[in-house]
Design a protein around this ligand. Structure first.
Ligand SMILES: Cc1cc2nc3c(=O)[nH]c(=O)nc-3n(C[C@H](O)[C@H](O)[C@H](O)COP(=O)(O)OP(=O)(O)OC[C@H]3O[C@@H](n4cnc5c(N)ncnc54)[C@H](O)[C@@H]3O)c2cc1C
Ligand SMILES: *[C@@H]1O[C@H](CO)[C@@H](O)[C@H](O)[C@H]1NC(C)=O
Ligand SMILES: *[C@@H]1O[C@H](CO)[C@@H](O)[C@H](O)[C@H]1NC(C)=O
Ligand SMILES: *[C@@H]1O[C@H](CO)[C@@H](O)[C@H](O)[C@H]1NC(C)=O
Length: 474
């Protein structure tokens, strides 16, 4: 069933069409293939694995990501896979008793505040959506591992595949994830730059809801779709329904070494359960239903100085240049936003001399924002993981005040719910912090490019003009 709608924007076609190689067919690579392809460029995507797709787990789609997906014509598909999972509230629970510590309204409130909805979906469903959009624009080469890049011809970089084949292009986009080969050429270092283990492990579990819908102690998890977060000393758990409430998705974070940074490594169920054996009995019962778990070690990666190779013809995007801690569910959103900005900028190109300045613009529009998000995610860890004590008591008290305001405001305005509550600035429940939410969820990549273009248009156009005065400019 194809229910893609047309793009909501008239898509601008570039006057100069480029050959672009995208390395990596993850969510970031696919989004880049689509955003650059629909701007008229010729896209080849190089992917090392033999099969594409995403392993099973859920992902939160906040307003800034849903805004992009809707603009790209994916609203109906988003609804069809996740309408009944749309979270009503974000609820914090105390780790041992399950007591509700804080609540923020999502449905109806964030939607109206930020003009775009909150969804939770299965990663595979998001992947499918982007694949359907990108497919018409890309030549996808699977089972092709990039081993190195070459810059002998400075205006036409090339990459070498494991087979020895060499492919050149006007522009190479490295969307090859945290162990990026392209990044090692940009930074001149083979290691993940400045990465520090947080000392935490993340487990991911997906449990079929039919295993507990008859259980009076657990049924509430399916009856109303909320995002729930249990917070406790050194640990936390986030859970929500996906796939029309047939699956319950859990992410659990606890101290531990783990084996590798990988999102696909099998974890030890017993070890996971032991990590939470003093927690809310509900949580323990839920974990007893799991029959497999994925485990990854969490790393903090410091920002790269630049995402652009010295040749000005190679650029990074997504996890290859800014891996995220998963404390605010932003890894995929950031990669897809990168792609939206890059695509919009390169829809304005009229001469190859503009490639490097447009890449500089991409970096300047994205770098500070992404860095701030990386840092905010790391800060959230501290607050969620407070040990019982004075600071925890203060945190819980602040969350409670915000909750009472939210709930009473919700009760009063249920039908035309309009968030007129006072700003909860710096509330430990970040979801009640209006200024933070504004900063984070109102960002519109197309507006950001539009503003930049208004200021820099003449400079960029003059680059093309010098070389070809007869060029008709947009
Ligand atoms: C399976 C998986 C599960 C994840 N789960 C979570 C999660 O639960 N929470 C969270 O916050 N983040 C998670 N992440 C990270 C999150 O998905 C990313 O932040 C986001 O999707 C952006 O990804 P990306 O496209 O930049 O990179 P990736 O999704 O890592 O994609 C990179 C792609 O490049 C390909 N590739 C790598 N090297 C080469 C090469 N040399 N030649 C050719 N191709 C190459 C890879 O096969 C892969 O398809 C996960 C990532 C993966 C891959
Ligand atoms: C979702 O579940 C409901 C209730 O079980 C069912 O009526 C509906 O058809 C399902 N929708 C989809 C898209 O599967
Ligand atoms: C979480 O992150 C946001 C920014 O994304 C920050 O404003 C907030 O203070 C953090 N919350 C916690 C609980 O640390
Ligand atoms: C999208 O929202 C997240 C918060 O969930 C924020 O960190 C991010 O910066 C926003 N988008 C962009 C483009 O920055």
């Amino acid at each position: 069933m194809n229910i893609d709608q047309p793009d909501m924007l008239n898509v601008r076609k570039a006057q100069k069409q480029l050959n672009i190689l995208v390395v990596g067919c993850g969510l970031g690579g696919l989004a880049a293939a689509y955003a650059l392809g629909r701007a008229g460029h010729f896209i080849t995507v190089i992917e090392s694995s033999t099969s594409i797709g995403e392993v099973g787990a859920g992902i939160q789609i906040g307003p800034n990501l849903s805004r992009i997906l809707i603009r790209w014509g994916l609203e109906q598909r988003l609804k069809s896979v996740s309408e009944r999972d749309k979270p009503t509230w974000f609820t914090f629970h105390r780790y041992d008793t399950g007591e509700v510590l804080g609540m923020s309204r999502l449905e109806g409130k964030l939607d109206r505040d930020h003009g775009a909805p909150w969804h939770v979906v299965h990663r595979a469903d998001l992947y499918e959506m982007l694949l359907s959009k990108a497919s018409p624009y890309m030549n996808l080469r699977m089972n092709s591992r990039v081993t190195s890049l070459n810059f002998d011809d400075t205006s036409r970089p090339s990459l070498t595949l494991q087979t020895g084949e060499v492919i050149s292009a006007d522009l190479i986009v490295g969307a090859d994830g945290i162990n990026s080969v392209v990044r090692s050429h940009v930074t001149g270092q083979t290691k993940i730059p400045l990465s520090v283990p947080t000392g935490d492990l993340a487990y991911r579990v997906v449990i079929p809801t039919r295993t507990f819908t008859d259980d009076p102690q657990l049924r509430f998890l399916v009856e109303e779709p909320r995002i729930r977060c249990w917070i406790g000393p050194g640990r936390h758990i986030v859970g929500y329904c996906i796939r029309n409430r047939t699956e319950y998705n859990l992410v659990l974070v606890k101290p531990g070494d783990g084996h590798s940074y990988s999102w696909t490594a099998e974890g030890d169920l017993k070890e996971m359960r032991n990590g939470f054996n003093e927690w809310d009995p509900c949580v323990q019962k839920l974990l007893s239903k799991a029959d497999s778990v994925l485990e990854s070690r969490l790393l903090i990666c410091k920002p790269l100085e630049t995402w652009i190779h010295g040749s000005g013809r190679v650029v990074l995007l997504g996890d290859s240049c800014h891996p995220m801690l998963p404390y605010r569910a932003q890894g995929s959103a950031m990669a897809i936003e990168d792609a939206a900005v890059l695509g919009n900028l390169f829809s304005r190109i009229s001469d190859t001399s503009q490639i490097t300045p447009l890449l500089d613009a991409y970096e300047s529009l994205r770098h500070a924002r992404v860095t701030a998000t990386q840092e905010a995610s790391a800060r959230n860890r501290t607050v969620y993981h407070l040990p019982d004590g004075l600071e925890q008591i203060q945190r819980d008290a602040a969350m409670k005040i915000a909750m009472e305001e939210e709930v009473s405001s919700y009760e009063r305005f249920k039908d035309g719910y309009s968030p007129s509550i006072s700003d909860q600035n710096d509330n430990p429940n970040a979801w009640s912090d209006k200024n933070k939410n504004k900063e984070q969820f109102d960002y519109d990549p197309d507006n950001a490019v539009e503003e930049w273009w208004a200021l820099n248009r003449d400079n960029i156009r003059s680059l093309g003009n010098e070389k070809d005065a007869s060029q008709v400019l947009i």
